[in-house]
Design a protein around this ligand. Structure first.
Ligand SMILES: *[C@@H]1O[C@H](CO)[C@@H](O)[C@H](O)[C@H]1NC(C)=O
Ligand SMILES: *[C@@H]1O[C@H](CO)[C@@H](O)[C@H](O)[C@H]1NC(C)=O
Ligand SMILES: *[C@@H]1O[C@H](CO)[C@@H](O)[C@H](O)[C@H]1NC(C)=O
Length: 187
């Protein structure tokens, strides 16, 4: 009798593990052992937003780059960006505060709080929640060094976004769109 209870419990454990296929592994937070790996320029390739208005907003972003720079304070990272939206470039620069795996920053009146996820090599995968006055939402954004991404990594991203319940029709960067010029660093 005791044995059949154990058998029943084991079955339950196995079933619940099976019903969340690989999601637990797919959405592991990430922090490289050497933070230098994160510094420098990254180009946006794919993303999704939630709720749907923020998902749609990504469609207006024709291209985007970000740059992460260290500061003298090892818990502060400078984030710069160049977004091409509505036929113009929008540049910005903020300091992000790092605490454990979490980073927080304020971008255009929105308070973002998020972390990196495990992803392909030479890739950066960021997910956050943000609050702008009384509005909240979430984003997931995939960046790479080159702006290109391998199809198997696209598929991996799709599964990760699905595990986090983002809209399925993720948005892809228009590779024909030009990147905004970066006047601060010549690269
Ligand atoms: C930041 O630097 C201080 C001293 O410079 C050091 O004690 C601390 O461990 C560093 N923190 C991290 C997260 O590297
Ligand atoms: C970011 O922090 C650094 C050092 O703490 C400071 O010199 C710089 O002015 C800050 N930049 C912004 C955009 O707030
Ligand atoms: C901030 O967002 C508003 C609309 O939400 C937009 O009109 C404005 O251009 C943005 N400003 C910057 C600096 O991104």
């Amino acid at each position: 009798m005791a044995l059949s209870v154990v058998g029943f419990l084991l079955t339950l454990v196995c079933l619940s593990a099976a019903s969340a296929p690989d999601c637990r592994e797919l959405v592991q937070p990430y922090m490289p052992e050497e933070p230098e790996q994160l510094f420098g320029k990254w180009i946006y390739v794919m993303g999704a937003g939630d709720p749907v208005t923020y998902h749609k907003a990504l469609e207006y972003m024709k291209s985007s780059w970000i740059e992460l720079q260290p500061t003298s304070d090892n818990l502060t990272v400078t984030l710069r960006w160049g977004d091409y939206c509505f036929h113009r470039c929008i540049f910005g620069k903020v300091n992000a505060t790092v605490s454990g795996l979490t980073a927080t920053f304020r971008k255009n009146l929105s308070d973002h709080k998020g972390h990196l996820l495990q992803t392909c090599s030479d890739c950066l995968l960021w997910t956050d929640t943000f609050r702008n006055v009384d509005v909240t939402g979430r984003y997931i954004m995939q960046f790479t060094r080159t702006g290109k991404i391998h199809p198997t990594d696209v598929e991996h991203f799709r599964k990760q976004a699905e595990c986090l319940n983002f809209p399925e029709n993720y948005h892809s960067y228009d590779t024909t769109a030009e990147l905004c010029p970066d006047k601060e660093t010549k690269s």
